[in-house]
Design a protein around this ligand. Structure first.
Ligand SMILES: [Zn+2]
Length: 149
């Protein structure tokens, strides 16, 4: 009877140990996963994923490119601000009107001054407005030739 109790106790202790060990391993694996899943961007130069943070800088160990995350975000924000001819900030979905006659590339048609353009979409590039104009179809305009209505 006593022996059984002793064996049982040993078994329980062993189980508890295994459980603790398992718990410990599990936690350390989780921590490792978290480390790998840090939100650092890939290197803009060589696309390496092994970038690491050093103060305000992100450093790429592969090509030793260094850059600042905050500065980059600010630049992105700035380039996304597109203004009309009056200096008003344009947004996706705005309605604008054309402030001068615009020749349509590759055709003899002209978009007349005052033409209303609904639901514009801002894009990157020289022509920074993507839109559809009645009678013309899909079109790209320059923000400097429109004004927000
Ligand atoms: Zn790199």
């Amino acid at each position: 009877m006593k022996l059984t109790a002793f064996l049982l106790e040993t078994a329980l202790i062993a189980l508890a140990c295994l459980y603790l060990q398992h718990l410990f391993l599990y936690t350390s694996i989780k921590t490792m996963e978290n480390d790998n899943m840090s939100n650092l961007p890939n290197c803009p130069k060589c696309k390496s994923e092994y970038t690491y943070e050093d103060g305000h800088l992100i450093i790429c160990p592969e090509c030793s490119h260094e850059w600042s995350l905050t500065a980059q975000e600010e630049n992105d924000d700035e380039s996304r601000i597109i203004k009309d001819s009056n200096g008003n900030v344009l947004n996706d979905g705005d309605t604008v009107s054309v402030i001068k006659d615009l020749k349509v590339k590759g055709s003899s048609s002209v978009i007349k001054i005052g033409t209303k353009v609904k639901n514009i979409r801002l894009i990157e590039g020289d022509h920074d407005i993507d839109c559809k104009i009645d009678g013309f179809g899909a079109m790209q305009l320059k923000s400097e030739f429109v004004k927000k209505i």
